[in-house]
Design a protein around this ligand. Sequence first.
Ligand SMILES: Nc1ncnc2c1ncn2[C@@H]1O[C@H](COP(=O)(O)OP(=O)(O)O)[C@@H](O)[C@H]1O
Ligand SMILES: [Mg+2]
Length: 235
Amino acid sequence: MPNSQRPLADCTLQDLLPQLHLESLDPHNPVVVHQVPPPWRCLGTGNYAAVFEHPDYPDQVVKVYAPGRSGIEDEREVYRRLGEHPAFSRCDASGDTFLVLKRLHGVTLYDCLQRGVAIPPQVIRDIDAALDYARRRGLFPHDVHGRNVMMADGHGLVVDISDFLKATPCRAWPDVKRAYQWVYRPLILPLRLRVPYFLLDGVRAGYRLFRRCWPRNNTVVPVLADRTQHSEHEP
Ligand SMILES: Nc1ncnc2c1ncn2[C@@H]1O[C@H](COP(=O)(O)OP(=O)(O)O)[C@@H](O)[C@H]1O
Ligand SMILES: [Mg+2]
């Protein structure tokens, strides 16, 4: 049967999963993708899963959880509660270890920083509005940081909602906004600076340490955030 008539979930089960090799080496760093069967391509990785595209399905992606990583049921439930909203993805189908999601055509703010792509204030406002919408649906925005939000055509999108059932406080998004206001707008934006990945990852690690030591202190200005100790998604 041609791919166009096969649901992406079937394709995932038959073609992707049997030949895919991904591994979570360290819970604080993105999973490692060792092998992807062509023509599948890895679009991005997080600390729990990797996301893949197939050229025959331009409007969907497949998020595959690494072996041993939990949280897929929560993510399914968050998408169920979110319903349709332009700033969020949508879960179209799922299996034991994967979700078929609506593809968001954007660039993460993390990658924007590395590429020197300007992030206008509208992006921050859109993400704020999307998080308010999530709260109105009974959810708790959690772990909203530079790798989990995107910019597309000058607008903001939220790409990872997997921790939104956790009612524990999370400073990630307020900290990103503070960094945007006090570091990004006055310094990085006007100078069109590119921030190399090693520096972004260093800030990420430093921020995690900072939040471990001072979980309630919110006066320091980190550039990017990561899952904090409040996250139960993080073992
Ligand atoms: N719906 C999507 N459309 C396009 N890219 C996506 C989508 N979901 C995730 N991605 C990409 O995959 C990366 C990892 O996905 P994410 O959901 O953050 O995984 P994790 O839960 O492990 O943190 C994201 O940073 C983003 O680059
Ligand atoms: Mg993520």
